[in-house]
Design a protein around this ligand. Sequence first.
Ligand code: DGL
Length: 275
Amino acid sequence: MGNIDIKNAPVGVFDSGVGGLTVAREIMRQMPNERIVYFGDTARVPYGSKSKATIIRYSRQIINFLKTKEVKAIVVACNTASAYALEELRGELDIPIIGVVKPGAEVAANITKNGKIGVIGTVGTIESKLYNKCIREHNESAEVFGTPCPLFVPLVEEGWINDTVTMEVAKRYLAPLQDTGIDTLILGCTHYPLLRNLIGEIMGNDVTLVNPAYETAVKLSKMLEESGIKCDAPVKARAPHEFFVSDAAERFMSFANSILPYDVDTTKVVSIEEY
Ligand code: DGL
């Protein structure tokens, strides 16, 4: 690909399902010139409760699929896949790839005042302890408190975002974190930024919430710029974003249209096991 072609090539974004749309949304807001090819593994979601070996296999297949779309860079929008598969797969690629864990961890490590940072995520993300490792790379003495909140994903997908049931569940999950004295909390799962207000209400004004989806888009912008592959074409000149899933395209589209600043009118189903 020539340099102009590379700049105009899309960014591949993938997740276990709809959650990574919170990352796609930030990319659309911060980099309106960039074109996205999104893959949501809706047939095999959730990733949060699966083993590392399985997540690596799934992620490798998705990356193989995204390569057929000639993407110029890949964003692993899923926290669990970032925690389990990113470093394994980086060496197999000749294009830049970033995940959501490092950008969120770096910001949290730098903004905490008392060195006490909470992380909430899936069981896989918390057990991997990758957030802990990445935080300590930027803030050696930081204390990290991880808590899995597995029920948040189905509650968000049910649309119960401002709901008393979700509030009760969140209070129960977050109570142990409130006793630790953290001043920073990482929303370490794709779905949790959608519960930001509710989580903020429980944790109070003294706890700063970090949204890895937002921080990843900031990092992606820098990465594309530094690699000389950021798209500078005006929006009208570029092809539309593309959306692919492994199952249930209609349900995916209705979720996508409820959160994206973009009208998704087509989503194609891909037999991902073939890649
Ligand atoms: N996308 C996943 C994550 O951020 C949450 C949903 C799942 O468990 O697959 O970890």
